[in-house]
Write a protein that binds this ligand. Structure first.
Ligand code: ATP
Ligand code: MG
Length: 174
């Protein structure tokens, strides 16, 4: 019998978003109707995961202006991420999805740009037939972790970026 799940991938190690995309790949193999909403990050056109999603006709929308330490004013980002959360609710309630990834949602929750309690109440109110929800990002609020059916914290042991002059690698980072 199907049980609707909320799954959280958090922690400082590399592999949160790629774990979510791995689930999407698995679910798509069963014909699940999947979608991706990505918070904070913008302009995904050159990323392998976006190109792959497009080739499989998987809806994907971005709500962000890039990471905010690159910006003087967080106002536009706050407005974007709130549009993104509204869009998430539309998708969830549409009946058109079996699995939705909310990639990097934890960042606007941690910054309190989206209210964590209201997200948790919403997730808890969903009926069993609603889509599975996968949330990724560093610093997931503890309350979100507690409410999730499954939560994994990916620990950083080491990362190739720590080596001097190691750039983001095609097919590994993007
Ligand atoms: P990925 O998309 O590779 O699964 P992620 O979702 O776990 O990564 P994010 O916080 O979204 O991690 O950051 C994405 C980018 O930051 C990737 O380019 C990734 O290689 C890099 N990154 C992730 N973890 C670390 C780390 N511990 N040290 C340095 N860079 C990291
Ligand atoms: Mg990520």
């Amino acid at each position: 019998m199907r049980k609707r799940l909320t799954i959280v991938y958090t922690g400082d190690g590399k592999g949160k978003s790629t774990a979510a995309f791995g689930l999407l790949f698995r679910a798509k193999g069963h014909g699940f109707r999947c979608g991706v909403l990505q918070f904070i990050k913008s302009k995904p056109e050159h990323w392998g995961e976006y190109k792959m999603a497009r080739s499989l006709s998987i809806p994907w929308e971005n709500y962000g202006c890039g990471f905010t330490w690159q910006q003087k004013d967080s106002g536009p980002t706050i407005s974007e991420v709130n549009k993104g959360w509204k869009r998430a609710q539309e998708w969830i309630e549409s009946g058109e999805f079996d699995l939705i990834i909310l990639d990097e949602l934890t960042y606007p929750l941690k910054e309190k740009w989206i209210n964590t309690d209201s997200v948790i109440s919403y997730l808890q109110s969903l009926p069993e037939e609603a889509p599975h929800i996968v949330i990724t990002g560093r610093n997931a609020p503890e309350a979100l972790i507690s409410c999730a059916d499954t939560a994994s914290r990916i620990e950083n042991i080491h990362h190739h970026f720590a080596e001097k002059n190691t750039a983001a690698q095609k097919g590994i980072e993007f």
